[in-house]
Design a protein around this ligand. Structure first.
Ligand code: 6PG
Length: 475
């Protein structure tokens, strides 16, 4: 019997959709799942879609592995964490040197790096693959961020490139670097996704609470914005979410949904990575914090009772300012995300190309946007890794930051929380000021801990002559 081009274990929503996508692009895919019932369900769907001829169900793991062409590429799509390690251990005795495991979940990059290092001496390739685009993307074309064993990547490359989204004919799939590079880039993609979503929600808050607009009116604005420089998947779906009506009450659905947002970990990992690498990523950190605050609903209710409710409808800000503020906030947030990637690439020796990353994010993924095409060109033509210094973005930022300033000021006066937008503005203001205030921090550090400071022309590791004790200072 002819062997399959590729194997896939784990027929959850994402796994099943990826398998159907592979079959639709003309490749044969062997599929396996811990529960056989799910394989049957999958085959029924494949049959409905006329794809069962290129899907090979195999409930027995050994038979499944043997049904794939050598050198084998086996995709695993199981829950991140322990289940991935368990699956690797089950597959290991069944694989031969030269075969590869492609793990396509949202894994922590250091876990991927560890698995890569563990399998390398055994001759088994390990690819940590970031797949973005949700269920729809997996089925019809996700963005695919590949990291890990380069040799084995070439075996899987035709299939992965075929199933990925296309931007003007170019596949949104690339091998980015060794080890955990693919999963790290996916993690920062998600951090940026958190920032985008939070900034959109903040702007919606200004419209709803500061300007007294109803959900339908907000939806119209987002639809209009989607035809301009903010054009993106998230702006587009925001319009749809805002215009949806609840069948039972006839009210806008968004007004019935509880204001508590969940999170599965990649936002937190992005913020931790930024902090560990010493790269400021205030917009991402703000977005993660905003989700945490959102989840403390009862505390917020109690605090509102103590501090009083703000007066709504007093923001006095224009829709045009909101559009530009969002654009400026996005530029800062992407600047920060790409800076985290650049620094990690240096630290790990991955040699990541920022223009390639921007290119494969132009279609398929959750943060896809017109803006990313501009970014891909900017990085291609400039060695700078800080977008705020790339000429096209300097022009954009100069045009948009006054609006961001007005929105943040209106938010502060109107008690409208803008964690992400205001922290983006503060980062921008800190970034473009030659003279900061850390001289005082250094003075304080030297006072209490003799940490030393620098004076131009006199040298570093200097010390002040401080009063010996606080009480002495007070005398
Ligand atoms: C994607 C998404 C996806 C992620 C969800 C949920 O790129 O397709 O990033 O991978 O799992 O967005 O993330 P949270 O539950 O943390 O919001």
């Amino acid at each position: 019997m002819a062997k399959a081009d590729i194997g896939l274990v784990g027929l959850g929503v994402m796994g099943a959709n990826l398998a159907l996508n592979i079959a639709e692009k003309g490749y044969t895919v062997a599929v396996n799942n811990r529960s056989a019932a799910r394989i049957d369900d999958f085959m029924a769907t494949a049959r409905e879609q006329g794809l069962d001829g290129r899907t090979m169900p195999e409930a027995d793991l050994t038979a499944f592995v043997q049904s794939v062409k050598v050198p084998r590429s086996i995709i695993i799509m199981v829950k991140a964490g322990r289940p991935v390690d368990d699956m690797i251990e089950q597959l290991l005795p069944l694989l031969e040197a030269g075969d590869a495991i492609l793990e396509c979940g949202n894994s922590l990059f250091s876990d991927t790096q560890r698995r890569f290092d563990y399998l390398k001496p055994k001759g088994i390739g390990y690819l940590g693959v970031g797949v973005s685009g949700g269920a729809e993307g997996a089925r019809h074309g996700p963005s695919i961020m590949v990291g890990g064993s380069k040799e084995q990547w070439h075996h899987a490359e035709p299939v992965l490139k075929a199933i990925a989204a296309k931007f003007k004919g170019e596949s949104c799939c690339a091998w980015l670097g060794e080890g955990g590079a693919g999963h790290f880039v996916k993690t920062i993609h998600n951090g940026i996704e958190y920032g985008d979503m939070q900034m959109i929600a903040e702007v919606y808050g200004v419209m709803r609470d500061g300007l007294g607009m109803d959900a339908g009116a907000c939806a119209e604005v987002f639809k209009r914005w989607n035809a301009g420089p903010l054009n993106s998947y998230l702006i587009e779906i925001t319009g749809h979410v805002l215009e949806a009506v609840d069948g039972e009450t006839g009210r806008p659905l968004v007004e019935l949904i509880l204001d508590k947002a969940g999170q599965k970990g990649t936002g937190v990992w992005s913020a931790i990575a930024a902090q560990e690498l010493g790269v400021p990523a205030t917009a991402i950190e703000g977005a993660v914090a905003a989700r945490s605050i959102s989840s403390r609903k009862s505390e917020r209710i109690a605090a509102e009772a103590v501090y009083g409710r703000r007066q709504d409808g007093k923001a006095g800000i224009s829709i045009d300012d909101l559009e530009k503020a969002l654009l400026a906030g996005k530029i800062v947030s992407y600047t920060q995300g790409f800076s985290v990637i650049a620094r990690q690439s240096e630290a790990q020796g991955w040699g990541l190309e920022l223009s390639t990353i921007a290119k494969i994010w132009r279609a398929g993924c959750i943060i896809r946007s017109r803006f990313l095409d501009q970014m891909a060109s900017a990085f291609a033509g400039d060695a700078s890794t800080n977008l705020l210094m790339v000429p096209d973005f300097v022009t954009l930022m100069k045009d948009c930051h006054p609006a961001l300033r007005r929105v943040v000021a209106a938010g502060a006066l109107g008690e409208l929380p803008l964690i992400c937008l205001s922290s983006a503005l503060s980062y921008f203001d800190s970034y473009h000021q030659a003279r900061g205030t850390a001289n005082l921090i250094q003075g304080q550090r030297d006072f209490f801990g003799a940490h030393g400071f620098e004076i131009e022309g006199r040298g570093s590791d200097l010390h002040g002559v401080w009063p010996a004790t606080i009480s002495e200072a007070a005398e």
